[in-house]
Design a protein around this ligand. Structure first.
Ligand SMILES: [Fe+2]
Ligand SMILES: [Fe+2]
Length: 248
């Protein structure tokens, strides 16, 4: 029995592919096939796989059916977190999605799932990427205060959702947590954020995040131990489509 994670499959069996990097990058060539084979080698029916967002390029549920069927047919229990490109998934309608897809897929939002004595909690998160512009030497050359105010609202909403998840697990007696985000827990300027603070507050042992694509973005946030929590980037291209083992 093991817990695995990966993010950013960006499937497009039925929809238009919108990222040029995914068209031309070698790592993306037949990535669906590479990933499926890796899963079949590693993951058994007793294992759990958490998919940390950006599942599909589809604009709505009908454009995602083949993508979700592909995920459903992978081995193990599948738990999905929302990503910024998952237009098919309205957070407020998560219950309906679960009614449609369970037991094949579990869509995790404002709630928790159990793995051994751990509660798995997760939400999309949000990272300030727009409000500032940085030059080649890493100096801030511009700042958008309106964008920043908007980003703060999104961060607060995501933190509320995450707290609801932690609190519901805690109310049911869980004390050990693994936390999942789609966005990185900090932006490239931050050491700490509301997300790292919350991981520490609840004593999450690990934080798994995705979203960062391409060599130049893999170091955008925390990797490894920070203030007692272990952080891991699990975007598919970073992992070369081999799911990350989170727990035995
Ligand atoms: Fe992505
Ligand atoms: Fe993303």
């Amino acid at each position: 029995m093991a817990l695995y994670a990966i993010g950013d499959l960006h499937l497009h069996f039925q929809s238009e592919l919108k990222a040029p990097g995914q068209l031309h990058g070698r790592v993306w060539k037949n990535h669906e096939e590479k990933f499926r084979k890796n899963c079949e080698k590693l993951i058994t029916a007793a294992d759990t796989l958490v998919l940390a967002g950006d599942h599909s390029w589809g604009k709505n549920l009908s454009e995602c059916e083949a993508d979700l069927a592909y995920i459903r047919d992978l081995p193990g229990r599948k738990i999905l977190i929302r990503g910024n490109h998952d237009m098919f998934w309205d957070a407020k309608k998560t219950k309906q999605l679960n009614e449609l897809y369970q037991p094949g897929l579990t869509f995790l939002q404002d709630s928790y799932e159990v793995y051994r004595d751990y509660a798995l909690v997760g939400t999309k998160g949000y990272t300030f990427e727009g409000p500032f512009l940085i030059d080649g030497r890493g100096r801030i050359v511009d700042w958008d205060a309106v964008e920043e105010a908007h980003a703060k609202k999104l961060v607060e909403r995501e933190l509320r959702r995450l707290r609801t998840s932690f609190e519901s697990a805690r109310a049911d007696g869980y004390q050990r947590f693994i936390m999942f985000l789609h966005y990185p827990p900090t932006n490239i300027l931050e050491e700490r954020s509301g997300f790292t603070d919350m991981a520490e507050e609840y004593g999450a042992e690990q934080v798994i995040y995705a979203h960062c694509h391409g060599e130049s973005r893999f170091r955008d946030s925390i990797e490894g131990e920070f203030r007692g929590v272990r952080y891991h980037l699990a975007s598919g291209d970073y992992l070369r489509w081999k799911p990350l083992k989170v727990l035995d």
